[in-house]
Design a protein around this ligand. Structure first.
Ligand code: ADP
Ligand code: 5GP
Length: 219
């Protein structure tokens, strides 16, 4: 049951970035299982679906012309060209979720993170970067995922330094060594960030009530 003083909150835009293979999808899935108030932003992309991926679940798979018209019509909160394909976060689902008090989790690269951090939604952004414990372990994780060809893994490894070099523009940086420890730290960060003053629109009303009660007590 909600405590009597519980107040409505505004949702956070939680951005999770890392080099490919560091653990974003695994941890995003765990966070969603932890709290159903965390929703995923389903990106649009021009890349082909991988086996097991379903349109509308991992991504909205679209043609380049459809992607470009979404950008032209300002339907994307951010967009970027990554690994030879376009990726972007549709704006409308994000706005409705955060207004309803749910958090939206973005698995996006540093270019998208910077665009959102420089947008009018900046006061509600929580950005987190995941580092691997070592480059050897990063390669091992990419290989163990068994999802990509040797050629794709080599490309992802080449690009990983570009992604890692932007680590210092994020609010929090975690080394994802032990999965349970990282999950626990993410839960702690999200729990604290939800209590930021700017995330609690009902505070002003509550303080006014306290003030009235205070004045009544003096009379
Ligand atoms: P990303 O989404 O960042 O590309 P994934 O979440 O797909 O990365 O993780 C890549 C692989 O590494 C997966 O097989 C996942 O199970 C594994 N993995 C993720 N985090 C850890 C960790 N802390 N320790 C060991 N393996 C991990
Ligand atoms: P993948 O093709 O492996 O699913 O994703 C490749 C990269 O694109 C990952 O680093 C992922 O975080 C990034 N990405 C996925 N969706 C978006 C998006 O909507 N915007 C941006 N900027 N990057 C994205």
């Amino acid at each position: 049951m909600m405590p009597e003083t519980a107040m409505a909150r505004r949702g956070l835009l939680i951005i999770l970035s890392s080099p490919s293979g560091a653990g974003k999808s695994t941890l995003a899935g765990r966070l969603r299982d932890w709290d159903t108030d965390i929703r995923f932003s389903v990106s649009a992309t021009t890349r082909a679906a991988r086996s097991g991926e379903k349109d509308g679940r991992e991504y909205h798979f679209v043609e380049e012309s459809a992607f470009k018209s979404m950008v032209r019509d300002s339907e994307m909160l951010e967009h970027a060209f990554v690994f030879g394909n376009f990726y972007g976060s549709p704006r409308t689902p994000v706005q409705s979720a955060i207004e309803a008090g749910a958090d939206v989790l973005f698995d996006i690269d540093w270019q998208g993170a910077q665009q959102i951090a420089n947008s009018p939604l900046a006061p509600h952004v929580l950005s987190i970067f995941l580092l691997p414990p070592s480059i050897t372990e990063l390669r091992r994780r990419l290989e163990s995922r068994g999802q990509d060809s040797a050629d794709t893994i080599a490309k992802r490894m080449t690009r990983s330094w570009d992604e890692i070099s932007h680590w210092d523009s994020y609010d929090y940086v975690l080394v994802n060594d032990d999965l349970d420890v990282t999950e626990d730290r993410l839960r702690t960060i999200i729990t604290a960030e939800r209590l930021r003053r700017t995330q609690q629109p009902g505070l002003m009303g509550h303080v006014r009530k306290l003030q009235d009660e205070f004045k009544d007590g003096l009379e």
